[in-house]
Design a protein around this ligand. Structure first.
Ligand code: ADP
Ligand code: ADP
Length: 232
């Protein structure tokens, strides 16, 4: 069974003049464990909106999303938050690490909040940082890390709660090309090794090629992206 599924999702906003803006129109998507899917599309195409609906940060206007086998339709806010906390990790364009804490402490924090002992939290956080290539940077604060390292620390933090699904919204938007490629290769390796369902939004088609599948969001619909054009 897919670990993440959207069926016939429509998302509409009401504009200032009362007109309906249809951002997503009957979008369906299915992601298996171990699979990395890239979503490409122009700025304003609705990629962030789609990612927010996939991660239950926003409700679809119509249609439904299944996260780790559970439907989000008709759930109250508290149930959705619990589902997010247990099933989904998010990575954004900006890392949102806490500046006064080390990489290790940043990754430990969600584990401590979830009730793990300091020893358990530290062990798991150190493992995760090792896995993203920051084993030698455990005690660095965010300002002492490079941009690529900051994003990898944010990835480790997103994985702390052991989510089934990892969603990343332009995670390499602030990185140079070499670091962006490394980050996308890390995502592909994490999806495979940790059996995650992984969805990465990018406007960069050459980065999207590093995923198992690339889909294009255009005119509110999701279609197979022809990566042979390969132009960023
Ligand atoms: P992308 O991530 O592809 O750049 P977004 O999902 O951020 O696109 O935005 C898609 C469209 O939806 C934009 O036109 C944006 O202005 C509109 N939009 C996003 N959120 C809202 C909202 N809360 N209310 C009204 N319009 C919104
Ligand atoms: P919590 O339940 O722990 O308060 P949420 O489940 O609401 O957190 O959100 C998950 C993550 O997504 C958090 O890191 C939060 O800061 C971030 N987040 C929540 N809403 C948005 C949004 N609309 N845009 C970007 N990030 C968001």
């Amino acid at each position: 069974a897919p670990v993440l599924e959207a069926r016939d999702v429509t998302k509409e906003y009401r504009g200032g003049d009362g007109a309906v803006l249809r951002i997503l129109d009957g979008v369906s998507l299915s992601v298996r464990r171990g699979e990395m899917v890239a979503i490409v599309g122009a700025s304003g195409a609705g990629k962030s909106t789609l990612l927010h609906v996939l991660g239950a940060l926003e409700r679809p206007t119509r249609g439904d999303v299944w996260l780790a086998g559970r439907s989000i339709a008709g759930r109250d806010d508290e149930t959705l938050a619990a589902l997010r906390n247990h099933a989904v990790g998010f990575v954004f364009q900006f890392h949102h690490l806490l500046r006064e804490f080390s990489a290790l402490e940043n990754v430990m924090m969600p584990l401590r909040i979830a009730g793990h002992t300091p020893q358990e939290a530290e062990g798991r956080a150190a493992d995760l940082l090792e896995r993203v290539g920051l084993g030698g940077r455990l005690h660095h604060r965010p300002a002492a890390l490079s941009g690529g390292e900051q994003q990898r620390a944010a990835v480790a933090r997103a994985l702390a709660a052991d989510p089934a699904v990892l969603l990343a919204d332009e995670p390499s938007g602030n990185l140079d090309h070499a670091n962006a490629e490394r980050l996308h290769d890390l995502f592909a390796a994490l999806a495979r090794d940790m059996e995650l369902g992984m969805v990465v939004v990018t406007h960069n088609r050459s980065l999207a090629q590093r995923a198992d599948r690339a889909l294009l969001l255009e005119d509110a619909r999701l279609v197979d992206a022809d990566m042979r054009e390969g132009v960023a």
